[in-house]
Design a protein around this ligand. Structure first.
Ligand code: SAM
Length: 237
């Protein structure tokens, strides 16, 4: 029987935000490494691993069987939060390793299933601002943000809790800026954060240059990008 599982630095960081003895759903679980890692380490934890594609679904089933965790992890085939039933009583949700737009779509279209979920741990590969905006709209408090680098990729992790956070992270006068950079990450201003936005700034300069040289200029979009570039320059100064 296999007893140990090696997780990437990124997934380990995601795992560190799950509560002890939790019952969680991992949507888009692929090999189900994350639920297996947690359930091997923490005797009381349980999980549902969701997959929309048959290949990854089969892989998830195989991993769960190989680690003899079928009594603790249920693998379900289906789209997003459709696989969660209201009476499951899932406490925490992980959606990791996908684009920010897809994660937002998965949560938005299954938002009624969030009723039992006290914590959402989301790891978008891009467009994290879409997730922050959705969490704000859904009334979840953004409680932790992480940024890390692994294999030449920079990842952000966003943790949101269903609590009435009186010391909210959001500042109405700089909300758009906070959505883009992350209110917590902005304050921390770590070397990885700096690196990310230095690269993003270079990309944006190129985009703005191309837009300025285009036949039909979208002036509204251009103004938006120029504002973002100004914010990036401020944050990097
Ligand atoms: N969560 C793992 C991680 O972070 O390493 C796997 C990420 S993998 C790149 C994305 C997985 O999400 C794929 O296995 C894909 O089939 C699955 N997926 C994509 N859209 C989905 C959806 N709407 N519902 C469930 N799973 C989905």
């Amino acid at each position: 029987m296999k007893t140990e599982i090696k997780l990437s630095k990124r997934l380990k960081m995601v795992a560190s935000y799950l509560s002890k003895g939790t019952f969680f759903a991992d949507i888009g679980s692929d090999h189900a490494y994350l639920p297996c890692y947690i359930c091997l380490k923490d005797e009381k934890s349980r999980a549902i691993a969701g997959e929309v594609r048959k290949g990854p679904y089969k892989r998830a089933l195989e991993t769960v069987e190989a680690y003899q965790l079928t009594n603790k992890i249920e693998v379900r085939l289906g789209n997003g939060l459709d696989i969660i039933n209201y009476n499951d009583g899932v406490k925490e949700l992980v959606v990791a390793g996908m684009g920010g737009s897809l994660i937002t779509q998965i949560i938005e279209s299954g938002k009624e299933k969030l009723i039992t979920m006290n914590r959402l741990i989301l790891q978008p590969n891009n467009a994290a601002h879409l997730i922050r905006k959705l969490l704000l709209d859904l009334g979840y408090s953004l409680t932790h943000e992480e940024i890390l680098e692994e294999n030449n990729h920079i990842y952000e992790i966003i943790v949101a809790d269903k609590i009435n956070n009186e010391r909210s992270q959001w500042n109405p006068t700089e909300m758009e800026k906070q959505l883009l950079f992350g209110p917590i990450l902005m304050k921390e201003n770590s070397p990885v954060f700096f690196k990310k936005w230095k690269m993003e700034k270079q990309k944006l300069i190129k985009v703005i240059h191309q837009m300025n040289n285009a036949k039909n200029i979208d002036y509204e979009k251009l103004a938006q990008y120029e504002t973002q570039l100004k914010w990036m320059e401020e944050i990097l100064s």
